[in-house]
Design a protein around this ligand. Structure first.
Ligand code: NAD
Length: 498
């Protein structure tokens, strides 16, 4: 955030219209590549959150929303997917300008984003209960799935639309209404998403967005008494606060949190492919992804070859303007991110690791928050640089000798989001898939993602499931209905049945 000004001001989106912040205050959003101010964002607070939750509560109770059949909700989601497709270029450009990720990566994300809406559009009318065998012949017992109510969604800056749609689509398919608090660094496309949802035909108040900081707008949303559910993607530290607040009110929470994922190269792997997988795992998106493969374990017999290949490619990565089609690595998203990454590398060296390549700001003549692709060697699991999430282009490459040793090292972490395995041994691939303690396992690939495939962080990486059919359960509740079909007299309850 910056104190500079811009003529473009973005307001909240509440009850189908733009709403000025109650304090009248805005803050500036800058382009991390050029440091230019792009626009000013409404600085929301508890009063704004209250208005948005109230709009979402009214919309949830309204005939306009309650009377829509699940099939009709599916139509609206499909229409929203179409509108996102029609506006994909504008949205991809906005995201790239906001967070510094490559325009071609954001174009790729936008190209697949309508699929998320279509997938949940298809699921909307397949959420159903079942009939349970009755306790007696006369009892009809069935289950029904119902919407929860107002869902609060709080999202980060690294893939703003994809991570927000991953919550919005199942929540709307399930019949809920939403208040979204996007990251203070990337609010623009989420406001556009709410506008497009309204344009698609979702009634006013079904999708609301309040912008602002985590403390001023996120915290009052997470603590709001009228929320039926909170769905959060972000750091483990914030997730822990949000989980405590949800627990106090006994509401459900879905948490998608941080990671420190292992990317493992066995001696039977195709090392050239594995090197590409390691590069994609840690340098794509500048390492600013929850699934970054930041702990690389290589079998000692292929360690030197892997290190050489990764180093060579890391040193030749084209760093530059994210809008340039030739660029392979853009800047980090904001100044604190840059400082955090730089200080972790300094810490790693002070802990005894060796800076093998990178470790500083590249000389590219651009003012943005750039950091060179970095490899640390000589690191081990006792070091903070190996234990804590850096969220930048920094890999620690470490050797191992046996599979058992590797499994112990890879699982020795507080996180459990994802793991990559590079091997040509089929039995080993399945064995590792079972033995690794992470919610997603990739074999001979990395960073693959689909709306159809459930994602769950184990340990400190999260609670609950995002994507897949399973995520519909996160946004609906199950009711058990008992009906006595016997119209005869009800037995006296104090006369014991034999
Ligand atoms: P963050 O926790 O700082 O912020 C995330 C969101 O929470 C933002 O909108 C922020 O404004 C808000 N927030 C901050 N403090 C809050 C509070 N006290 N109460 C309520 N809301 C608050 O995280 P970030 O830096 O924006 O994102 C990076 C983190 O997100 C990394 O740890 C990354 O691993 C994680 N992440 C996880 C996934 C996943 O699917 N598991 C995906 C992407 C990012």
């Amino acid at each position: 955030m910056s104190d500079q000004q811009s003529s473009i001001r973005l307001d909240h989106f509440i009850n189908g219209e733009h709403a000025r912040p109650s304090t009248g205050e805005y803050f500036a959003s800058t382009n991390p590549a050029t440091l230019e101010v792009l626009y000013e964002t409404a600085r929301g607070n508890d009063e704004d959150v209250d208005k948005a939750v109230s709009a979402a509560s009214s919309a949830f109770a309204s005939h306009a929303w309650r009377s829509l059949t699940p099939t009709r909700r599916g139509h609206l989601l499909r229409r929203l997917g179409d509108l996102i497709g029609e506006n994909a270029e504008e949205l991809a450009m906005s995201e790239s300008l906001d967070n510094g990720k490559l325009l071609r990566e954001m174009r790729g994300q936008l190209a697949s984003l309508p699929e998320y809406l279509y997938y949940y559009a298809g699921l909307a009318d397949k959420v159903q209960g079942s009939q349970i065998p009755g306790m007696t012949q006369e009892i009809l017992n069935y289950t029904a799935r119902e919407p929860l109510g107002v869902v609060g969604a709080i999202t980060p800056w690294n893939s703003p639309l994809t991570l927000t749609v991953s919550k919005l689509a199942p929540a709307l398919a399930g019949g809920n209404t939403l208040v979204i608090k996007p990251s203070e660094y990337t609010s623009r496309t989420i406001l556009r998403l709410a506008e497009l949802a309204f344009e698609a035909g979702f009634p006013a108040g079904v999708v609301n967005v309040v912008t602002g900081t985590g403390v001023e707008a996120g915290a009052p949303l997470a603590a709001h008494k009228d929320l039926a559910k909170i769905s959060f993607t972000g750091s483990t530290r914030t997730g822990s606060t949000i989980a405590s607040q949800a627990a106090e009110r006994f509401i459900g929470c879905t948490l998608e949190l941080g990671g420190k994922s292992p990317n493992i190269v066995f001696d039977d792997a195709n090392v050239a492919n594995a090197a590409m997988g390691v590069i994609a795992g840690i340098y794509a998106a500048g390492g600013q992804t929850c699934i970054a493969g930041s702990r690389v374990f290589a079998h000692k017999s292929v360690y030197d070859e892997l290190l050489e290949r990764v180093t060579e490619r890391a040193q030749s990565i084209r760093i530059g303007d994210p809008l340039d089609a030739e660029t392979e690595l853009g800047p980090l998203a904001f100044e604190e991110q840059l400082n955090k990454v730089a200080s972790y590398v300094t810490l790693g060296v002070s802990e005894g690791a060796t800076l093998h390549t990178g470790g500083g700001r590249p000389e590219i003549g651009l003012p943005g928050y750039y950091y060179s692709p970095t490899v640390l060697t000589g690191a081990n699991n006792s070091m903070r640089v190996v234990r804590e999430e850096i969220f930048g282009p920094v890999a620690a490459i470490m050797p191992f000798e046996t599979e058992d040793e590797l499994v112990a090292l890879a699982n020795d972490t507080n996180y459990g989001l994802a793991a990559g395995v590079w091997t040509n041994n089929l039995a080993r691939a399945h064995r590792l898939a079972r033995r690794l303690d992470a919610g997603t396992i990739w074999v001979n690939t990395y960073r693959a993602m689909s709306p159809m495939s459930p994602r769950q962080g184990f340990k400190s990486s999260g609670v609950g499931i995002e994507h897949g059919i399973e995520s519909m359960n996160e946004y609906t509740r199950l009711k058990s209905v008992w009906i006595n079909t016997d119209e005869g007299p009800v037995a006296d309850p104090f006369v014991m049945r034999g």
